[in-house]
Structures are given as C-alpha cells and as structure tokens.
Design a protein around this ligand. Sequence first.
Ligand code: AP5
Ligand code: MG
Length: 215
Amino acid sequence: MINLLIMGKPGAGKGTQATKLLEYYNLDHVSTGNIYREEIKKNSVIGKEAMKYLAQGNLVPDKMTNEIVKELLSKENYPNGFMLDGYPRTEAQAEALDIMLEELNIKLTAVINVSVDDEVLLHRMAGRRVCSNCGQTYHVDYHPPVVTGICDFCGSKLMQRDDDLEESVMNRLSIYNEKTKPLLEYYHRKGLLVVIDGEQDSNKVFKDIIESIGE
Ligand code: AP5
Ligand code: MG
C-alpha cells in the first residue's frame, strides 16, 4: 500500500508525474484541481461555486475542499493506495487531512515536492495545452501531441486552461508562496518530505521519484 502526496508550485509537473506514478504503482488519483474542473464542466453546485475562484487563480475555501477530500477518502476504496495531487495547500487543509488519516487509520508513505524555479514555470504554463475532453496534458515544446492541437488519445481539441493566462499564473505563484510553501516544513518535520529536482526531463523526474520511494 502506497499513499503519496505530490506537492509543488503551479506548473511544476505534479499532474504529469501523477499520471506516470498512478500507472506504475496502480494508485488512484485524487486531484482537487481536476475535480473542480470536472464540476465546472458539469455546471454542478460545486462547480458554480468553484468557478468564482479558479479562473483568477484563487484558492477555493478550505471548508468545501476539505469536505470533498474527506468524502472521497472515507467512501472510496483504494486497494493499492492513492496519490493526492494539489491537496493540501493551506495549513488548515493539512491539519484537516491529518485528522482524516488518523480517523481512517491511513499512513502516508511520502510527500514528494517537485521543485522548479519560477522562470521555468512561467514557460511551462504558457505552453501547456489540455484536452477539452479527457484532460490529457501536453506542452507545445516539451510534450507536443502528434498532430498540433489534437489529443493523441481521444482526438479531441486541445485548449489552454483559463488560469494559465499570465495574470492568474502570477496570482497562483504568490498564493503558493504565502499559503502552500510553509507546508513543506510541516512535512519535513514529520520526516515525510522528499525533494525532487523537477527541472529535469519528465522521465528523469519520474525515475528519481520511484528511486526515492524505493518500492
Ligand atoms: P491545480 O489543478 O492543482 O493547479 P496547480 O497547482 O496550479 O498546478 P497545475 O495543474 O497548474 O500544474 P502541475 O504541477 O500539475 O503541472 P503539469 O503536470 O500540468 O489547481 C487549480 C485550481 O483549483 C487552483 O488554483 C484553485 O483555484 C483550485 N484548487 C485545487 N486544489 C485546491 C485546494 N486544495 N484548495 C483550494 N483550491 C484548490 O505541467 C505543466 C506543464 O509543464 C505541462 O504543459 C507539462 O506538459 C509540462 N511539463 C511537466 N513536467 C515537465 C518537465 N519535466 N519538463 C518539461 N515540461 C514539463
Ligand atoms: Mg495539475
């Protein structure tokens, strides 16, 4: 059983690494960002509320996010473990997660921080394209699709995320520094933090992560 948290600045490559790790360890993905984007697409009650925050790059209030994760961790079954991506991002979320894990008797295996410099991130987010149908992620320079603008997997059109426009990106970075970065120290103190150089080719980043987990 492997239960991972993947952390990192916006655009660090959390989603890219999550896709590889899920397949390698046969884990289930719990990505709060993906959940909110799906709910917005469905125009659900949660989606309507989340929409107020996502496009500008602001965080959705802790209460709603904690409730969603709690529901998923307590109701779903993760036979080989899970990977939390994009949660927790505030101290209140980290504390809520600790309580959930304790109640459910679940232990975290490791907290992976994918470390990348701000300049690299700006370029990554400016070039990111996502499939409008299946959510698969590409980059115009680093991970281009076979046919420009079309998803390799499902043939749908690729789009830019609303929050990848420059203003939202700068806001996301400053929120990260203020609210999320302090959590690295929190997990370091618990002896769970593994820091990985995220500026390398994504296959090398992946290799470093699995070597550090060691299973
Ligand atoms: P979320 O979806 O979690 O966004 P994020 O943290 O800003 O991170 P990204 O998804 O932008 O980046 P990533 O690290 O996954 O990078 P990727 O692999 O795509 O959250 C979105 C929003 O939802 C938040 O702003 C907030 O509003 C809300 N939300 C979510 N969780 C919340 C929470 N817990 N509390 C409150 N609100 C919450 O890679 C980026 C690009 O780089 C891609 O193009 C990729 O192809 C490329 N790339 C990746 N790795 C490499 C590499 N090694 N070399 C070259 N290119 C690479
Ligand atoms: Mg992501």
